[in-house]
Write a protein that binds this ligand. Structure first.
Ligand code: ADP
Ligand code: G6P
Length: 485
Protein backbone atom coordinates (compact mmCIF):
# COMPACT_ATOMS: atom_id res chain seq x y z
CA UNK A 1 0.00 0.00 0.00
CA UNK A 2 1.25 3.49 -0.80
CA UNK A 3 1.77 5.97 2.00
CA UNK A 4 -0.93 8.62 2.37
CA UNK A 5 -0.46 12.26 3.34
CA UNK A 6 -1.32 13.28 6.95
CA UNK A 7 -4.68 15.07 7.15
CA UNK A 8 -4.76 18.68 8.26
CA UNK A 9 -6.44 19.05 11.65
CA UNK A 10 -5.94 15.37 12.54
CA UNK A 11 -5.56 14.09 16.10
CA UNK A 12 -2.16 13.82 17.83
CA UNK A 13 -3.33 10.84 19.89
CA UNK A 14 -5.42 8.10 18.32
CA UNK A 15 -6.79 5.04 20.10
CA UNK A 16 -7.97 2.18 17.89
CA UNK A 17 -10.03 -0.69 19.30
CA UNK A 18 -12.67 -2.99 17.87
CA UNK A 19 -15.24 -1.35 20.09
CA UNK A 20 -16.06 2.23 20.88
CA UNK A 21 -16.65 2.86 24.59
CA UNK A 22 -20.36 3.16 23.82
CA UNK A 23 -22.70 0.92 21.86
CA UNK A 24 -25.54 2.07 19.65
CA UNK A 25 -28.73 0.57 21.06
CA UNK A 26 -31.35 0.46 18.31
CA UNK A 27 -33.80 -1.85 20.10
CA UNK A 28 -36.17 0.92 21.35
CA UNK A 29 -38.12 3.62 19.49
CA UNK A 30 -35.27 6.12 19.66
CA UNK A 31 -31.66 4.91 19.33
CA UNK A 32 -29.55 5.39 22.46
CA UNK A 33 -25.93 4.99 23.53
CA UNK A 34 -25.08 2.46 26.23
CA UNK A 35 -21.70 1.57 27.81
CA UNK A 36 -20.08 -1.30 25.92
CA UNK A 37 -18.94 -4.41 27.81
CA UNK A 38 -15.55 -5.65 28.94
CA UNK A 39 -12.28 -4.71 30.54
CA UNK A 40 -10.76 -2.96 27.53
CA UNK A 41 -13.36 -0.20 27.57
CA UNK A 42 -13.26 0.10 31.38
CA UNK A 43 -9.49 0.61 31.26
CA UNK A 44 -9.24 2.91 28.27
CA UNK A 45 -12.05 5.35 29.06
CA UNK A 46 -10.15 7.20 31.85
CA UNK A 47 -6.97 7.24 29.71
CA UNK A 48 -8.86 8.82 26.83
CA UNK A 49 -10.48 11.47 28.99
CA UNK A 50 -7.00 12.57 30.11
CA UNK A 51 -5.27 12.55 26.69
CA UNK A 52 -7.73 14.34 24.43
CA UNK A 53 -7.61 12.47 21.17
CA UNK A 54 -9.71 10.34 18.87
CA UNK A 55 -11.04 6.82 19.51
CA UNK A 56 -11.68 4.75 16.38
CA UNK A 57 -13.96 1.73 16.80
CA UNK A 58 -17.18 -0.08 16.00
CA UNK A 59 -20.51 0.98 17.57
CA UNK A 60 -21.72 -2.60 18.14
CA UNK A 61 -24.50 -2.69 15.51
CA UNK A 62 -24.52 -3.81 11.84
CA UNK A 63 -24.41 -1.52 8.82
CA UNK A 64 -24.80 1.82 10.64
CA UNK A 65 -22.88 4.70 9.09
CA UNK A 66 -22.44 7.09 12.01
CA UNK A 67 -20.63 10.41 11.77
CA UNK A 68 -17.86 11.13 14.32
CA UNK A 69 -19.22 12.58 17.57
CA UNK A 70 -18.10 13.62 21.05
CA UNK A 71 -19.17 11.96 24.28
CA UNK A 72 -17.96 12.37 27.86
CA UNK A 73 -14.84 14.31 26.79
CA UNK A 74 -13.90 11.76 24.07
CA UNK A 75 -13.94 12.19 20.28
CA UNK A 76 -15.35 9.00 18.79
CA UNK A 77 -14.90 7.92 15.18
CA UNK A 78 -17.19 4.99 14.26
CA UNK A 79 -16.10 2.28 11.81
CA UNK A 80 -18.94 0.43 10.07
CA UNK A 81 -19.20 -3.38 10.04
CA UNK A 82 -21.70 -5.15 7.81
CA UNK A 83 -23.90 -7.96 9.16
CA UNK A 84 -21.73 -10.47 7.28
CA UNK A 85 -18.52 -8.97 8.73
CA UNK A 86 -19.97 -9.27 12.21
CA UNK A 87 -20.44 -12.99 11.51
CA UNK A 88 -17.05 -13.59 9.86
CA UNK A 89 -14.65 -11.04 11.36
CA UNK A 90 -16.12 -10.49 14.85
CA UNK A 91 -18.00 -13.65 15.88
CA UNK A 92 -15.92 -15.88 13.60
CA UNK A 93 -12.22 -15.09 13.36
CA UNK A 94 -11.95 -12.84 16.45
CA UNK A 95 -14.13 -14.79 18.85
CA UNK A 96 -14.29 -18.39 17.58
CA UNK A 97 -10.71 -18.64 16.23
CA UNK A 98 -8.41 -16.24 18.09
CA UNK A 99 -10.22 -15.99 21.44
CA UNK A 100 -10.17 -19.75 22.19
CA UNK A 101 -6.70 -20.22 20.65
CA UNK A 102 -5.22 -17.44 22.81
CA UNK A 103 -7.01 -18.76 25.92
CA UNK A 104 -5.19 -22.08 25.80
CA UNK A 105 -7.85 -23.86 23.66
CA UNK A 106 -10.32 -24.21 26.55
CA UNK A 107 -12.71 -24.85 23.67
CA UNK A 108 -11.45 -25.86 20.21
CA UNK A 109 -10.70 -22.93 17.89
CA UNK A 110 -12.22 -23.10 14.40
CA UNK A 111 -10.21 -22.24 11.31
CA UNK A 112 -12.14 -20.97 8.28
CA UNK A 113 -10.64 -19.21 5.29
CA UNK A 114 -13.70 -16.98 4.75
CA UNK A 115 -13.38 -15.73 8.34
CA UNK A 116 -9.71 -14.91 7.79
CA UNK A 117 -10.47 -12.99 4.60
CA UNK A 118 -13.04 -10.91 6.43
CA UNK A 119 -10.52 -10.27 9.25
CA UNK A 120 -7.98 -8.96 6.72
CA UNK A 121 -10.62 -6.80 5.08
CA UNK A 122 -11.85 -5.23 8.31
CA UNK A 123 -8.30 -4.68 9.62
CA UNK A 124 -7.59 -2.75 6.39
CA UNK A 125 -10.66 -0.59 7.00
CA UNK A 126 -9.47 0.26 10.51
CA UNK A 127 -5.97 1.09 9.19
CA UNK A 128 -7.47 3.39 6.54
CA UNK A 129 -9.49 5.14 9.23
CA UNK A 130 -6.30 5.69 11.26
CA UNK A 131 -4.47 7.06 8.21
CA UNK A 132 -7.25 9.63 7.72
CA UNK A 133 -7.51 10.59 11.40
CA UNK A 134 -3.91 10.80 12.70
CA UNK A 135 -2.05 14.12 12.51
CA UNK A 136 1.55 14.17 11.20
CA UNK A 137 3.81 12.41 13.72
CA UNK A 138 0.83 11.35 15.89
CA UNK A 139 0.87 8.59 18.47
CA UNK A 140 -1.40 5.71 17.42
CA UNK A 141 -2.33 3.14 20.06
CA UNK A 142 -3.98 -0.01 18.68
CA UNK A 143 -5.72 -2.48 20.99
CA UNK A 144 -6.37 -6.17 21.17
CA UNK A 145 -6.63 -9.38 19.18
CA UNK A 146 -9.32 -8.16 16.77
CA UNK A 147 -6.84 -5.73 15.18
CA UNK A 148 -3.49 -7.52 15.00
CA UNK A 149 -2.87 -6.67 11.34
CA UNK A 150 -3.44 -2.95 11.86
CA UNK A 151 0.08 -2.05 13.13
CA UNK A 152 1.89 -3.12 9.91
CA UNK A 153 -0.90 -1.70 7.72
CA UNK A 154 -0.64 1.67 9.47
CA UNK A 155 3.16 1.62 9.22
CA UNK A 156 2.87 1.20 5.44
CA UNK A 157 0.24 3.91 5.07
CA UNK A 158 1.69 6.37 7.56
CA UNK A 159 5.43 5.88 8.21
CA UNK A 160 5.45 9.22 10.08
CA UNK A 161 3.38 8.05 13.09
CA UNK A 162 4.51 6.28 16.22
CA UNK A 163 2.69 2.95 16.68
CA UNK A 164 1.88 1.12 19.90
CA UNK A 165 -0.10 -2.09 20.23
CA UNK A 166 -1.52 -3.58 23.42
CA UNK A 167 -2.83 -7.13 23.66
CA UNK A 168 -5.45 -7.31 26.43
CA UNK A 169 -5.73 -11.11 26.38
CA UNK A 170 -3.06 -13.80 26.89
CA UNK A 171 -0.58 -14.64 24.13
CA UNK A 172 -0.35 -18.44 23.89
CA UNK A 173 2.72 -20.63 23.83
CA UNK A 174 4.24 -21.13 20.38
CA UNK A 175 3.11 -24.78 20.44
CA UNK A 176 -0.53 -23.64 20.42
CA UNK A 177 -0.06 -20.48 18.34
CA UNK A 178 1.62 -22.54 15.61
CA UNK A 179 -1.76 -24.18 14.86
CA UNK A 180 -2.99 -20.95 13.31
CA UNK A 181 -2.87 -21.25 9.52
CA UNK A 182 -2.21 -17.47 9.27
CA UNK A 183 0.38 -17.33 12.06
CA UNK A 184 3.04 -15.60 9.96
CA UNK A 185 0.66 -12.86 8.81
CA UNK A 186 -0.48 -12.20 12.40
CA UNK A 187 3.10 -11.96 13.68
CA UNK A 188 4.10 -9.68 10.80
CA UNK A 189 1.05 -7.52 11.46
CA UNK A 190 1.96 -7.09 15.14
CA UNK A 191 5.62 -6.44 14.38
CA UNK A 192 4.53 -3.35 12.46
CA UNK A 193 4.29 -1.64 15.86
CA UNK A 194 7.19 0.11 17.58
CA UNK A 195 6.03 -1.14 20.97
CA UNK A 196 3.95 -4.28 21.59
CA UNK A 197 2.55 -4.54 25.11
CA UNK A 198 1.28 -7.64 26.90
CA UNK A 199 -0.35 -8.27 30.28
CA UNK A 200 2.27 -10.66 31.69
CA UNK A 201 5.99 -11.16 31.07
CA UNK A 202 5.08 -14.75 30.06
CA UNK A 203 2.81 -13.45 27.24
CA UNK A 204 5.57 -11.19 25.92
CA UNK A 205 8.05 -14.08 26.07
CA UNK A 206 5.61 -16.33 24.17
CA UNK A 207 5.28 -13.68 21.49
CA UNK A 208 9.04 -13.14 21.10
CA UNK A 209 9.56 -16.87 20.96
CA UNK A 210 6.85 -17.28 18.29
CA UNK A 211 8.39 -14.47 16.22
CA UNK A 212 11.85 -16.09 16.40
CA UNK A 213 10.59 -19.60 15.70
CA UNK A 214 8.03 -18.87 12.99
CA UNK A 215 9.45 -15.78 11.24
CA UNK A 216 13.16 -16.36 11.88
CA UNK A 217 13.63 -12.79 13.12
CA UNK A 218 16.39 -12.09 15.62
CA UNK A 219 15.87 -10.58 19.03
CA UNK A 220 17.94 -9.35 21.92
CA UNK A 221 16.24 -8.92 25.29
CA UNK A 222 12.84 -7.35 24.61
CA UNK A 223 13.83 -6.04 21.20
CA UNK A 224 13.14 -7.68 17.87
CA UNK A 225 14.82 -6.75 14.58
CA UNK A 226 12.11 -6.44 11.94
CA UNK A 227 13.40 -6.57 8.35
CA UNK A 228 12.11 -4.33 5.56
CA UNK A 229 9.11 -5.75 3.67
CA UNK A 230 9.01 -4.57 0.08
CA UNK A 231 5.59 -6.13 -0.57
CA UNK A 232 4.02 -4.38 2.41
CA UNK A 233 6.05 -1.24 1.77
CA UNK A 234 7.69 -0.99 5.21
CA UNK A 235 11.29 -0.21 6.17
CA UNK A 236 13.41 -2.19 8.63
CA UNK A 237 12.87 -1.20 12.25
CA UNK A 238 13.18 -2.43 15.81
CA UNK A 239 10.06 -3.46 17.74
CA UNK A 240 10.01 -3.85 21.50
CA UNK A 241 7.74 -6.47 23.10
CA UNK A 242 7.23 -6.49 26.84
CA UNK A 243 4.72 -6.58 29.68
CA UNK A 244 2.67 -3.60 30.91
CA UNK A 245 0.05 -5.08 33.29
CA UNK A 246 -3.16 -3.10 32.98
CA UNK A 247 -5.00 -1.84 36.05
CA UNK A 248 -7.99 0.13 37.33
CA UNK A 249 -8.67 3.74 38.27
CA UNK A 250 -7.98 2.91 41.92
CA UNK A 251 -8.56 6.31 43.53
CA UNK A 252 -11.80 6.92 41.58
CA UNK A 253 -13.18 3.51 42.65
CA UNK A 254 -11.98 3.99 46.22
CA UNK A 255 -13.66 7.42 46.36
CA UNK A 256 -16.88 6.03 44.90
CA UNK A 257 -16.91 3.16 47.40
CA UNK A 258 -16.73 5.73 50.25
CA UNK A 259 -19.78 7.71 49.07
CA UNK A 260 -22.71 7.60 51.55
CA UNK A 261 -25.16 6.60 48.78
CA UNK A 262 -22.97 3.64 47.82
CA UNK A 263 -22.58 2.55 51.45
CA UNK A 264 -26.36 2.79 51.87
CA UNK A 265 -26.95 0.84 48.67
CA UNK A 266 -24.48 -1.86 49.77
CA UNK A 267 -26.43 -2.28 53.03
CA UNK A 268 -29.69 -2.35 51.10
CA UNK A 269 -28.39 -5.09 48.78
CA UNK A 270 -27.55 -7.29 51.77
CA UNK A 271 -30.92 -6.61 53.30
CA UNK A 272 -32.75 -7.45 50.08
CA UNK A 273 -30.82 -10.71 49.91
CA UNK A 274 -32.20 -11.61 53.35
CA UNK A 275 -29.25 -10.37 55.41
CA UNK A 276 -26.94 -13.36 54.90
CA UNK A 277 -24.12 -13.70 57.42
CA UNK A 278 -21.76 -14.11 54.52
CA UNK A 279 -22.07 -12.78 50.99
CA UNK A 280 -19.98 -14.33 48.21
CA UNK A 281 -19.84 -12.60 44.82
CA UNK A 282 -18.90 -13.56 41.26
CA UNK A 283 -18.84 -10.95 38.45
CA UNK A 284 -17.96 -11.98 34.91
CA UNK A 285 -18.89 -11.66 31.28
CA UNK A 286 -20.73 -14.87 30.41
CA UNK A 287 -17.64 -16.52 28.94
CA UNK A 288 -16.26 -20.07 29.13
CA UNK A 289 -12.85 -18.67 30.09
CA UNK A 290 -14.18 -17.37 33.43
CA UNK A 291 -14.55 -20.74 35.17
CA UNK A 292 -18.11 -20.02 36.34
CA UNK A 293 -19.04 -23.72 36.11
CA UNK A 294 -16.06 -24.72 38.25
CA UNK A 295 -17.02 -22.07 40.83
CA UNK A 296 -20.63 -23.28 40.96
CA UNK A 297 -19.51 -26.89 41.27
CA UNK A 298 -17.29 -26.04 44.23
CA UNK A 299 -20.02 -23.96 45.88
CA UNK A 300 -22.67 -26.67 45.37
CA UNK A 301 -20.37 -29.34 46.85
CA UNK A 302 -19.56 -27.15 49.85
CA UNK A 303 -23.30 -26.87 50.55
CA UNK A 304 -23.74 -30.62 50.09
CA UNK A 305 -20.77 -31.35 52.39
CA UNK A 306 -22.26 -29.09 55.06
CA UNK A 307 -19.16 -26.88 54.99
CA UNK A 308 -21.27 -23.90 53.93
CA UNK A 309 -24.73 -23.40 55.39
CA UNK A 310 -27.39 -22.12 52.96
CA UNK A 311 -29.10 -20.36 55.85
CA UNK A 312 -26.01 -18.26 56.39
CA UNK A 313 -24.25 -18.00 53.04
CA UNK A 314 -25.45 -16.48 49.78
CA UNK A 315 -23.66 -16.39 46.44
CA UNK A 316 -24.50 -13.56 44.05
CA UNK A 317 -23.39 -14.46 40.53
CA UNK A 318 -23.57 -11.69 37.96
CA UNK A 319 -22.89 -12.65 34.35
CA UNK A 320 -23.02 -9.96 31.67
CA UNK A 321 -24.54 -11.12 28.38
CA UNK A 322 -21.72 -11.61 25.86
CA UNK A 323 -21.27 -12.78 22.23
CA UNK A 324 -24.65 -14.42 22.40
CA UNK A 325 -24.87 -15.76 18.87
CA UNK A 326 -21.73 -17.91 19.17
CA UNK A 327 -22.43 -21.61 19.95
CA UNK A 328 -19.91 -21.93 22.75
CA UNK A 329 -21.40 -18.89 24.49
CA UNK A 330 -24.90 -20.35 24.24
CA UNK A 331 -23.49 -23.57 25.67
CA UNK A 332 -21.80 -21.93 28.67
CA UNK A 333 -24.95 -19.94 29.42
CA UNK A 334 -27.13 -23.03 29.46
CA UNK A 335 -24.56 -24.97 31.55
CA UNK A 336 -24.40 -22.15 34.10
CA UNK A 337 -28.17 -21.77 34.25
CA UNK A 338 -28.66 -25.51 34.64
CA UNK A 339 -26.17 -25.60 37.46
CA UNK A 340 -27.69 -22.58 39.27
CA UNK A 341 -31.14 -24.14 38.91
CA UNK A 342 -29.97 -27.50 40.29
CA UNK A 343 -28.17 -26.04 43.28
CA UNK A 344 -31.05 -23.72 44.14
CA UNK A 345 -33.56 -26.54 43.61
CA UNK A 346 -31.65 -28.73 46.02
CA UNK A 347 -30.77 -26.28 48.79
CA UNK A 348 -33.49 -23.61 48.76
CA UNK A 349 -36.16 -23.38 51.44
CA UNK A 350 -38.93 -20.83 51.71
CA UNK A 351 -37.05 -17.56 52.27
CA UNK A 352 -33.64 -19.18 51.60
CA UNK A 353 -31.95 -19.19 48.20
CA UNK A 354 -28.24 -19.98 48.06
CA UNK A 355 -27.53 -18.50 44.61
CA UNK A 356 -28.88 -15.23 43.21
CA UNK A 357 -28.05 -15.18 39.52
CA UNK A 358 -28.33 -12.11 37.27
CA UNK A 359 -27.76 -12.08 33.53
CA UNK A 360 -27.59 -8.29 33.14
CA UNK A 361 -25.28 -5.38 32.84
CA UNK A 362 -25.29 -2.80 35.67
CA UNK A 363 -24.26 0.84 36.06
CA UNK A 364 -20.84 1.41 37.60
CA UNK A 365 -22.35 2.66 40.93
CA UNK A 366 -24.28 -0.58 41.35
CA UNK A 367 -21.11 -2.61 40.67
CA UNK A 368 -19.26 -0.58 43.30
CA UNK A 369 -22.07 -1.13 45.80
CA UNK A 370 -21.96 -4.88 45.10
CA UNK A 371 -18.19 -4.99 45.63
CA UNK A 372 -18.65 -3.02 48.83
CA UNK A 373 -21.38 -5.41 49.98
CA UNK A 374 -19.53 -8.68 49.33
CA UNK A 375 -17.41 -10.45 51.96
CA UNK A 376 -15.60 -12.66 49.45
CA UNK A 377 -15.08 -12.24 45.70
CA UNK A 378 -14.60 -15.43 43.68
CA UNK A 379 -12.48 -15.09 40.51
CA UNK A 380 -11.93 -18.58 39.11
CA UNK A 381 -10.94 -17.90 35.49
CA UNK A 382 -9.39 -20.85 33.61
CA UNK A 383 -7.36 -18.30 31.65
CA UNK A 384 -7.66 -14.51 31.68
CA UNK A 385 -5.38 -11.78 30.31
CA UNK A 386 -5.73 -9.69 33.47
CA UNK A 387 -9.20 -9.79 35.12
CA UNK A 388 -10.07 -6.26 36.15
CA UNK A 389 -12.93 -7.46 38.33
CA UNK A 390 -10.37 -8.73 40.89
CA UNK A 391 -8.64 -5.33 40.96
CA UNK A 392 -11.95 -3.44 41.13
CA UNK A 393 -12.99 -5.45 44.21
CA UNK A 394 -9.76 -4.58 46.01
CA UNK A 395 -10.07 -0.89 45.05
CA UNK A 396 -13.66 -0.86 46.42
CA UNK A 397 -12.67 -2.08 49.93
CA UNK A 398 -11.69 1.15 51.74
CA UNK A 399 -12.18 -0.55 55.11
CA UNK A 400 -9.54 -3.11 54.14
CA UNK A 401 -11.78 -6.05 54.94
CA UNK A 402 -13.00 -8.85 52.67
CA UNK A 403 -11.18 -11.67 50.92
CA UNK A 404 -10.29 -12.28 47.30
CA UNK A 405 -10.17 -15.83 45.93
CA UNK A 406 -8.18 -15.49 42.71
CA UNK A 407 -7.25 -17.93 39.98
CA UNK A 408 -3.53 -18.27 39.37
CA UNK A 409 -4.41 -18.35 35.64
CA UNK A 410 -5.55 -14.71 35.65
CA UNK A 411 -2.92 -12.07 34.88
CA UNK A 412 -4.00 -10.23 38.06
CA UNK A 413 -2.38 -13.00 40.15
CA UNK A 414 1.03 -11.52 39.24
CA UNK A 415 0.16 -8.33 41.13
CA UNK A 416 -2.40 -9.50 43.71
CA UNK A 417 -0.08 -12.00 45.32
CA UNK A 418 -1.81 -11.59 48.71
CA UNK A 419 -5.07 -13.00 47.35
CA UNK A 420 -6.09 -16.57 48.17
CA UNK A 421 -4.67 -18.09 44.99
CA UNK A 422 -6.40 -21.13 43.48
CA UNK A 423 -6.17 -23.59 40.62
CA UNK A 424 -9.84 -23.72 39.55
CA UNK A 425 -9.37 -27.07 37.80
CA UNK A 426 -8.71 -28.65 41.18
CA UNK A 427 -12.23 -28.66 42.65
CA UNK A 428 -11.14 -30.04 46.04
CA UNK A 429 -8.41 -27.41 46.25
CA UNK A 430 -10.83 -24.68 45.21
CA UNK A 431 -13.31 -25.80 47.89
CA UNK A 432 -10.60 -25.79 50.55
CA UNK A 433 -9.44 -22.30 49.56
CA UNK A 434 -13.01 -20.92 49.53
CA UNK A 435 -13.43 -22.28 53.07
CA UNK A 436 -10.09 -20.72 54.03
CA UNK A 437 -11.14 -17.31 52.63
CA UNK A 438 -14.53 -17.49 54.36
CA UNK A 439 -13.02 -18.44 57.71
CA UNK A 440 -10.00 -16.13 57.49
CA UNK A 441 -9.17 -14.20 60.62
CA UNK A 442 -10.18 -10.52 60.12
CA UNK A 443 -6.64 -9.39 60.98
CA UNK A 444 -5.24 -11.65 58.30
CA UNK A 445 -7.83 -10.35 55.80
CA UNK A 446 -6.85 -6.79 56.63
CA UNK A 447 -3.13 -7.46 56.29
CA UNK A 448 -3.64 -8.95 52.84
CA UNK A 449 -6.17 -6.39 51.64
CA UNK A 450 -4.01 -3.49 52.79
CA UNK A 451 -1.00 -4.80 50.93
CA UNK A 452 -2.99 -5.39 47.73
CA UNK A 453 -4.57 -1.93 47.93
CA UNK A 454 -1.20 -0.27 48.45
CA UNK A 455 0.04 -1.90 45.28
CA UNK A 456 -3.06 -0.92 43.28
CA UNK A 457 -2.78 2.72 44.34
CA UNK A 458 0.78 2.70 42.97
CA UNK A 459 0.04 0.57 39.91
CA UNK A 460 -3.21 2.09 38.68
CA UNK A 461 -4.52 2.51 35.14
CA UNK A 462 -2.93 5.95 34.83
CA UNK A 463 0.49 4.47 35.68
CA UNK A 464 -0.16 1.73 33.08
CA UNK A 465 -0.91 4.13 30.23
CA UNK A 466 1.86 6.52 31.25
CA UNK A 467 4.47 3.80 31.31
CA UNK A 468 3.35 2.43 27.94
CA UNK A 469 3.17 5.84 26.27
CA UNK A 470 6.43 7.13 27.70
CA UNK A 471 8.24 3.99 26.56
CA UNK A 472 6.73 4.48 23.08
CA UNK A 473 7.92 8.08 23.09
CA UNK A 474 11.43 7.02 24.15
CA UNK A 475 11.56 4.45 21.34
CA UNK A 476 10.42 7.07 18.85
CA UNK A 477 13.18 9.44 19.97
CA UNK A 478 15.66 6.58 19.52
CA UNK A 479 14.31 5.47 16.15
CA UNK A 480 17.07 6.68 13.87
CA UNK A 481 19.73 5.09 16.01
CA UNK A 482 18.08 1.69 16.20
CA UNK A 483 16.98 0.35 12.84
CA UNK A 484 18.90 -2.79 13.80
CA UNK A 485 19.97 -4.37 17.08
P1 ADP B 1 -13.24 -9.07 30.39
O1 ADP B 1 -12.43 -7.96 29.85
O2 ADP B 1 -12.86 -10.43 29.90
O3 ADP B 1 -14.71 -8.85 30.29
P2 ADP B 1 -12.40 -8.07 33.02
O4 ADP B 1 -12.62 -8.65 34.37
O5 ADP B 1 -11.01 -7.65 32.74
O6 ADP B 1 -12.94 -9.15 31.97
O7 ADP B 1 -13.30 -6.79 32.81
C1 ADP B 1 -14.70 -6.84 32.93
C2 ADP B 1 -15.24 -5.43 33.12
O8 ADP B 1 -16.64 -5.44 32.90
C3 ADP B 1 -15.01 -4.89 34.52
O9 ADP B 1 -14.72 -3.52 34.45
C4 ADP B 1 -16.35 -5.15 35.21
O10 ADP B 1 -16.64 -4.23 36.24
C5 ADP B 1 -17.31 -4.96 34.06
N1 ADP B 1 -18.52 -5.79 34.27
C6 ADP B 1 -18.57 -7.12 34.38
N2 ADP B 1 -19.84 -7.54 34.55
C7 ADP B 1 -20.60 -6.44 34.55
C8 ADP B 1 -22.02 -6.19 34.67
N3 ADP B 1 -22.90 -7.20 34.82
N4 ADP B 1 -22.43 -4.93 34.61
C9 ADP B 1 -21.55 -3.92 34.43
N5 ADP B 1 -20.23 -4.08 34.30
C10 ADP B 1 -19.76 -5.32 34.36
C1 G6P C 1 -12.40 -8.54 26.49
C2 G6P C 1 -11.59 -8.21 25.25
C3 G6P C 1 -12.09 -6.90 24.62
C4 G6P C 1 -13.58 -6.99 24.39
C5 G6P C 1 -14.31 -7.34 25.68
C6 G6P C 1 -15.81 -7.51 25.49
O1 G6P C 1 -12.17 -7.54 27.41
O2 G6P C 1 -10.22 -8.11 25.59
O3 G6P C 1 -11.41 -6.65 23.41
O4 G6P C 1 -14.06 -5.76 23.90
O5 G6P C 1 -13.80 -8.57 26.18
O6 G6P C 1 -16.08 -8.40 24.44
P1 G6P C 1 -16.88 -7.95 23.14
O7 G6P C 1 -16.74 -9.10 22.21
O8 G6P C 1 -18.28 -7.72 23.63
O9 G6P C 1 -16.26 -6.69 22.62
Amino acid sequence: QNPVRPPSGGADFVVVANRLPVDRDTSGDTPQWTTSPGGLVTALAPVMRENSGAWIGWAGVPDEEIAPFDVDGMHLVPVTLSAQEIINYYEGFSNATLWPLYHDVIVPPEFHRAWWESYVHVNRRFAQAVALEAAAGATVWIHDYQLQLVPALVRALRPDVSIGFFNHIPFPSVELFAQLPWRAQILTGLLGADLIGFQRPADAANFRRAARALLSVTSRGNRISVPADSEAGTEAHVAEARAFPISVDTSALDAQAREPEIIARAAEIREELGDPELLLLGVDRMDYTKGIRHRLKAFGELLADGLLDPEKVTLVQIATPSRERIDQYQQIRSDVELSVGRINGEFSEVGIQPIHYFHHSYPREEMTALYRAADVLLVTALRDGMNLVAKEYVACRPQEDGALVLSEFAGAADQLTQAVLVNPHNIDGLKAEIVRAVAMDPREQRRRMRSMRRRLFREDVQAWSQSFLSELEALDADKDRTSAI
